[in-house]
Design a protein. Structure first.
Length: 159
């Protein structure tokens, strides 16, 4: 019994020492390239009239945008026109960077009033739309593809 316990302790000790010396645990993943950080600083803040030109400069002219697999914009001009009405309304935060793919994953939420009934008594919709947005960056360090997965918000009653 004592031999078995000592053998188990040796195996556990060996496993722990292997985990501690493995590269995955011993070092942090590399930081994203500088151009990805620069793109994120232009994409993530809530856009205003003053920052919109810098936001638009991140997109390539051949930009393609899809929402839930359906193409909604085939070039930069179409996307910029569609996004202009959201100035000041979108909250974004970066979830991750895909090393080797040069892509950013960003979560957005915004107050979209397009689903509201036409009535003077309806002032707002408390349910924010939510989107997961993947920005794919080309070798020119501009965004060439935006893939969006979108959902409606959920009304939650305060407890």
């Amino acid at each position: 019994m004592v031999m078995r316990r000592q053998a188990m302790m040796t195996v556990r000790g060996l496993a722990v020492s292997m985990m501690l010396t493995s590269g995955a645990i011993a070092s942090a993943p590399p930081a994203p390239p500088v151009f990805i950080d620069e793109l994120a600083t232009r994409i993530v803040p809530t856009q205003s009239a003053a920052s919109f030109d810098a936001y638009c400069a991140t997109f390539a002219n051949d930009l393609t945008v899809t929402v839930d697999g359906k193409r909604i914009a085939g070039n930069k001009a179409a996307w910029v026109a569609a996004e202009h009405h959201r100035l000041g309304k979108v909250d974004r935060f970066v979830v991750g960077f895909a090393e080797g793919y040069d892509a950013l994953l960003v979560i957005e939420r915004y107050d979209d009033r397009s689903d509201l009934p036409v009535s003077p008594s309806v002032l707002f919709d408390p349910r924010y739309k939510a989107r997961a947005v993947r920005y794919a960056v080309g070798p020119d360090h501009l965004i060439h593809t935006i893939q969006i997965a979108e959902t409606d918000g959920v009304f939650q009653v305060p407890k």
